[in-house]
Design a protein around this ligand. Structure first.
Ligand code: CA
Ligand code: CA
Length: 269
């Protein structure tokens, strides 16, 4: 019997070593986040390489209301940082109330970007960012671990965040994720929350129910294309049409000269 138990334990150990121990808890995988070879500039503007990133919608209201802000998010990574760009369409943009930042920063137009680096539901890292003439942000961990920028657009605002990979996360890792938009309405009095899709319908604080993404080794880059040199315009004087025209004119002149010559000869005769 001991021998059977030993064999079973050995088999289980071999299986763990072969498959690896996933930190993934219960959510589902959204997809692979490509690795960018093109540097990303944190300026609140959409770098072209984001268009090759993992994109998703943020349009899941969880407060029973309808309408309000929606967003499109993009994710990239480069093995050191994860990049998040979100473009928000806000039908009623309310100016940032700076007095709320210290005590209730989430009651302002803005976004929250939350990552579970170990993807085990044990903790989260959250960045909250806004735009108010200049971009503002607060977040878990040291400030130098993230960088952000935002711009006001004609339809709402765009926010860009770069967050350093932490807690052992690297290329190949699964990380838990949830993103949301804080949408102020009714004269900056009411807060709506719009979240990403979630297989378990989770909120941004329910880290154990987060869905996850994989920091893929699939590389993407923007290939700079050099426009081919403009073709040299053909010399108009040497085109067949022009040559034909020239010949026609010369022939006509010769004809005239011939007639004139004949007339002169006749007069002389
Ligand atoms: Ca950018
Ligand atoms: Ca709003």
């Amino acid at each position: 019997m001991k021998k059977v138990i030993s064999i079973i334990m050995l088999f289980a150990l071999t299986l763990m070593l072969t498959v690896g121990v996933s930190g993934h808890t219960s959510g589902q995988k959204w997809g692979d986040v490509p690795k960018t070879l093109t540097p990303v500039e944190i300026d609140g503007k959409l770098d072209d390489v984001y268009k090759q990133g993992l994109s998703f919608k943020i349009d899941r209201r969880t407060d029973g209301k309808t309408g309000g802000s929606t967003g499109v998010g993009y994710l990239l990574h480069d093995g050191k940082y994860i990049y998040y760009f979100v473009s928000v369409t806000d039908p009623e943009y309310c100016d940032i109330d700076l007095s709320r930042l210290a005590t209730s920063c989430w009651t302002n137009e803005g976004v929250e970007f939350t990552i579970d680096f170990k993807n085990d539901g044990s903790n989260r890292t959250k960045i909250t960012a806004y735009w108010s003439g200049e971009s503002l942000a607060s977040g878990d961990g040291k400030a130098e671990m993230f960088k952000h920028a935002g711009v006001r657009t004609d339809k709402g605002f765009d926010i860009e965040i770069r967050l350093e990979l932490q807690q052992g996360a690297k290329t190949g890792s699964d990380v838990g994720i949830q993103c949301l938009i804080n949408d102020m309405t009714e004269g900056n009095k009411t807060r709506g929350i719009i979240r990403c899709p979630s297989s378990l319908n989770c909120g941004d604080n329910e880290v154990a129910k987060f869905d996850y993404v994989t920091l893929s080794d699939k590389e993407v880059a923007v290939v700079e294309t050099t426009a081919p040199p403009a073709a040299k315009a053909p010399d108009a004087a040497k085109t067949p049409a022009a040559q034909t025209a020239d010949i026609t004119v010369i022939a006509a002149l010769c004809g005239l000269l011939s007639l004139a010559g004949t007339a002169v000869c006749r007069r002389r005769r």
